[in-house]
Design a protein around this ligand. Structure first.
Ligand code: PLP
Length: 389
């Protein structure tokens, strides 16, 4: 049994979550629940493999071999029923790096790239930073559940001259695990208008009981033909700082263009430690993940109960996946500015303010529940203290 209740002090490790509050304009002692990494050590076999590799002492240039591709293939087949071929794989230091590479490889400056806000904010930043036109089709919320507005989605593609759509599946921050039917609708519209799809599936291993993640490219060979699938062990096994992600492209011509762009920015082989960690994680980390998902389910249950009892004016958007909770705080009577101030100054906690996720995010807060319950409970108490009038 993994002890997910165990507290691990992350302060002093130069981690973004705990050690950079002051640099980012927050009180130094603030309790953080913003960035999407977990306050849990990686699976023991990963730590052991890294220790062993570190002991070797030589950290020269490294690359992946066939066994690495086979380990990944087994994972995706077993967990997601998706059959990959080794040659589809390109490695990048991160999924955002992969998305930016795709934007540069497949679109021209000024061309439209579509997203569905509220969504992970680096999507918009990546599009703008590369001088492409940001086109948005906001999700619509119906009784606490978000959906794609397919009419608007298609209209924005046509009117915005969209060449590429960045799909977030499962969707951060609203927690949707898109159904097969919804994804098929997205695919049909994108195929009709010759829009390439970058499917960011980094949260694919965090799916709640009763829901099923469908790999977008697994909808069929003709869908895979216009899809760039972005995955990573960084969320699943908490390895973000090691920087490795896996980008799958079955269409040979798209793959060639993607790799050309990687070459153009000078990226070659993966980080030696990340290679070791990813291999150990995907081959030996599954029992840990099973226990983790059960722990997160319990954190969610306790959070739901806490909010209902202590903070009924805040509505939890019931997540279907991810470990990020999307809280509707519009019923607190605070303006979004007052809300943010109360949370930081009075509550002494650091969440991700809904506004930064784009259209429809104002008045919401995103809280990361992937931490020992004792920390999460303290955060929720502080939130309740901050938001009570
Ligand atoms: C949807 C989504 N994509 C990408 C990332 C970051 O990926 P990477 O660190 O590999 O760039 C995150 C992290 O929170 C995320 O939520």
């Amino acid at each position: 049994m993994v002890d997910f209740d165990r507290l691990t002090d992350r302060r002093g490790t130069d981690c973004l979550k705990y050690d950079f509050a002051a640099e980012r304009g927050y009180p130094a002692e603030v309790l953080p629940f913003w960035v999407a990494d977990m306050d849990f050590p990686a699976p023991e076999p990963v730590v052991k493999a890294l220790e062993q590799r570190a002991r070797h002492g030589i950290f020269g240039y490294t690359d992946i071999k066939e066994d690495y591709r086979e380990i990944l293939a087994r994972w995706f087949q077993r967990r997601h029923g998706w059959q990959i071929e080794g040659e589809w794989l390109s490695i990048t230091p991160g999924v955002v790096f992969g998305i930016c590479t795709a934007i540069r490889a497949f679109t021209q400056p000024g061309e439209g790239v579509l997203i569905c806000p509220p969504v992970y904010y680096p999507f918009a930043a990546s599009i703008k930073a590369n001088g492409r036109k940001l086109v948005e089709s906001p999700l619509v919320e119906k009784d606490g559940r978000y959906e794609v507005d397919f009419q608007d989605f298609e209209r924005k593609i046509v009117e915005g001259g969209v060449k590429l759509f960045v799909l977030c599946s499962p969707h951060n921050p609203v927690g949707r695990v898109w159904s097969r039917q919804e994804l098929e609708q997205v695919a049909a519209i994108c195929q009709k208008h010759q829009v390439l799809v970058v499917a960011d599936e980094i949260h694919q291993d965090f799916v709640r009981p009763g829901h099923k993640h469908t790999v977008f490219a697994s909808l069929g060979a003709e869908v895979a033909d216009f899809t760039i699938t972005c995955t990573s062990p960084s969320k699943t096994f908490n390895l973000a700082g090691l920087q490795i992600s896996h980008i799958f492209i079955s269409n040979e011509s798209l793959r060639r263009r993607f790799r050309h762009e990687l070459e153009a920015v000078g990226y070659g082989e993966p980080n030696a430690m990340a290679e070791v960690a990813a291999k150990a994680a995907y081959s030996q980390g599954e029992p840990w993940l099973t226990e983790l998902l059960a722990y997160l389910e319990e954190n969610l249950r306790r959070t739901r109960a806490f909010l209902a009892e202590q903070l009924p004016q805040v509505q939890l958007i019931e997540p279907e996946g991810t470990y990020l909770l999307w809280l509707d705080c519009r019923g607190t009577g605070f303006s979004p500015e007052e809300q943010e101030k109360a949370i930081v100054q009075r509550g002494r906690i650091w969440l991700d303010e809904g506004r930064i996720f784009g259209a429809g995010g104002e008045g919401f807060q995103r809280i990361n529940m992937a931490c020992p319950w004792a920390i999460l409970e303290e955060g929720l108490k502080r939130l309740a203290f901050a938001l009570k009038k």
